[in-house]
Design a protein around this ligand. Structure first.
Ligand SMILES: *[C@@H]1O[C@H](CO)[C@@H](O)[C@H](O)[C@H]1NC(C)=O
Ligand SMILES: *[C@@H]1O[C@H](CO)[C@@H](O)[C@H](O)[C@H]1NC(C)=O
Ligand SMILES: *[C@@H]1O[C@H](CO)[C@@H](O)[C@H](O)[C@H]1NC(C)=O
Ligand SMILES: *[C@@H]1O[C@H](CO)[C@@H](O)[C@H](O)[C@H]1NC(C)=O
Length: 207
């Protein structure tokens, strides 16, 4: 009898422990997203910043009202008790790498804001398979033609490529972005006429 009671108590204790651990684990980002996030920051040139399963709470707000202060935030949304990254914001972070293709490994990602850095290269083709709503790469050193594959991200409502070194003509494929409300292309080295296809952007209010 005594042994049965002890056994039952142990069982209860271990169930509680297991339950507790399960509860804690459920609040953590999936390891696949932690790994992707660490590769993303490394690719952008912030190799000495690393994140763990608690990355969702990460937020750096400006010290003062100063426009020049770095800001950053990792935003998440919880689905079936598991958080997933929905937004990556690193502004004025002195990033001097390239735009990260690894964001495709964040299945719920909707917003990428990397304004005011020194990122160069172009926009990775991998981004075109995602359901992004916002891309801002304002004030970086991106160059080459504006990639036509951006036209595949039809979920986009906000696309800001302003103040980079993009050249060539504006691709007609941007006319496929029918959900766009904001399209900013100024302060680049673009040439030629705007494509007629941009007239398909019926809800665009800011060009
Ligand atoms: C992290 O990077 C910053 C800026 O590049 C540098 O000033 C700092 O010394 C680095 N810290 C470590 C621990 O490497
Ligand atoms: C996760 O990272 C945060 C911030 O760097 C740190 O405070 C926390 O202790 C870390 N948690 C674990 C379990 O390593
Ligand atoms: C990006 O910058 C690195 C050095 O910071 C340079 O080696 C590379 O050629 C640049 N790439 C482009 C496309 O400008
Ligand atoms: C973009 O969409 C077109 C038409 O659906 C498709 O043929 C093309 O392969 C896509 N491009 C990329 C880079 O996903």
């Amino acid at each position: 009898m005594f042994f049965v009671v002890v056994f039952q108590s142990l069982l209860l204790v271990s169930l509680c422990l297991f339950g507790g651990q399960f509860f804690v684990a459920a609040q953590q980002l999936p390891q696949s997203e932690v790994d992707a996030l660490n590769e993303i920051v490394k690719t952008m040139g912030a190799a000495n910043r690393s994140f763990n399963g608690s990355a969702c709470g990460f937020k750096v707000t400006p010290v003062s009202d100063a426009e020049s202060d770095p800001t950053a935030e990792i935003t998440c949304n919880t689905l079936n008790n598991t958080p997933h990254i929905t937004a990556i914001i690193f502004k004025r972070w002195s990033l001097s790498g390239v735009l990260p293709p690894q964001v495709v490994r964040l299945p719920q990602l909707q917003q990428i804001d990397l304004a005011y850095n020194y990122l160069n290269g172009s926009i990775p083709v991998e981004w075109s398979s995602m359901k992004l709503k916002l891309i801002s790469v304002f004030g970086n050193r991106l160059s080459g033609n504006i990639p036509s594959h951006l036209g595949n991200i039809t979920s986009l409502t906000y696309l800001d490529l302003e103040a980079n070194q993009f050249s060539g003509t504006v691709p007609a494929q941007l006319g496929k972005l029918v959900n766009l409300e904001t399209l900013r292309l100024s302060s680049n080295s673009l040439t030629g006429n705007l494509p007629m296809e941009l007239s398909e952007l019926k809800i665009l209010t800011d060009l």
